[in-house]
Unconditional design. Sequence first.
Length: 133
Amino acid sequence: MLATFGTLPIALGAIWPWLVLLVVALSNAAFAAAFAIIYTISMDLTRPESAGTDFTLFTTITSLLMVISGGSGLALAGTFGFVPVILGAGVLSALGLTVVVWNIGRVLDDDIQNTHHATPSTGSREPRATRQR
């Protein structure tokens, strides 16, 4: 969100090298964090019998959505200008961050309660509560 709103002064003509460097660094850090989260969730959602296919499908869809979103943003910027697009992207990122913050506790609690572990004999994934001891 900071990187998105940080591009606003640049779009308005402020081309200070330190600001450009900061925005690029924040953008790259945000992309790295987002992909780490996406890859972690994608791996968690894979089935043991088709983990490679599942992971590839999830990450391909995510990457395609990123490319489509980036292209759409550039097309909208060509039509409406960069400032409205930056503001819209900033609002969307703020809404996304709000949804994450609002739900993170519930998601983590559900994940802890539904943790899956591989059984030594079969390698299948069973909920901890149903696993035989």
